[in-house]
Design a protein around this ligand. Sequence first.
Ligand code: UDP
Ligand code: MG
Length: 347
Amino acid sequence: MRQVAPVDPTGDDRLTIVVPAFNEAESLPALHRELIGVAREIKAEYRLSIDVIYVDDGSRDGTLDAARALASEDIGLQIVSFSRNFGKEAALLAGLDFARPGAVLFMDADGQHAPDLVKQLVSGWRRDRFDVVYTYKAHREGEPALRRAFTALFYRLLNYDARQPIPEDAGDFRLLSPRAADALRQMPERNRFFKGLSSWIGFRQRGIAYEPRERIAGATKWNFFQLLGLSIEGLTAFSIAPLRVASLLGVLLAATALAFGGFILLESLLKGVSVPGYPSVIVGLMVIGGVQLIMIGVMGEYIAKALSELKGRPAYFVAEHIVRGEGEAAAEPPAQEPRTKEQRAAE
Ligand code: UDP
Ligand code: MG
């Protein structure tokens, strides 16, 4: 068993801002300028040292070059470039791995997460002593009704029977105190669902409502099927509700069939009615077949998850790692390779 490591006391005055970027070359310079401005204010107000980590998630445009050209005055700057596109969750994990001890803040590279809000998040941590300061969309009025319905259903299933419900509409834009970041690092799984994990760890949590801004440039990377995939990922990582629903459905069907069978039996015994066979048999067959397929699919999701955890593959590979600015001298050699399960267990 791994021991829970004591929180590094030196991490208390450092904030690392992790920015996953996939094809965001056009947004990066503008975002960085804003971030530097905010960083100066925070430094002055809270006496924090600030690192920014850009995780280039295998971008195919000039994101890496744009990141290389960024100024690192007043801040420590790290650029972690993946060997290919591994997805946002992997990029967030890399940021967490490469961050030096201290608080960690996650925000998008496209400018939708307003750097101004960073100050509010930091104040929630420094002044009000919250460990997880997350943001949630103030409203979803602009979104299509179908998408809203899916979202509502998703959170209902996700929080079914949960001891620590995951707040609805919360996003990845959030700050974790040093001990919360440390707790998150100890999560062994590689199929990650960050919002869920950072709620699951507990501690003192606070939500802040916000209005996402317009993207600086480019378009969203998610289409319907990717969102559906992420939802299934989150659901199977945090809830066994789908398995429950499957079993309940099975019981319900069996009960209905039994009742129907009894009814037919009585009818033919007492009234001598012969039941028309063909349609009822086909309907029964199709219902049972369909439900069985769904159940197998649901079970398959969980088996696939177990298999991928078992394989224990690293969540990402780093092709290039650049350290600049204030962190340069102080940066201990970061774990170039993501930790393996054995290494994590040994820690
Ligand atoms: N992103 C990433 N890897 C991916 C897809 C997205 O690192 O495979 C980053 C992206 O660069 C952005 C953030 O994740 O900084 C959110 O992506 P996006 O803006 O497309 O999502 P949305 O805001 O529409 O939810
Ligand atoms: Mg976005």
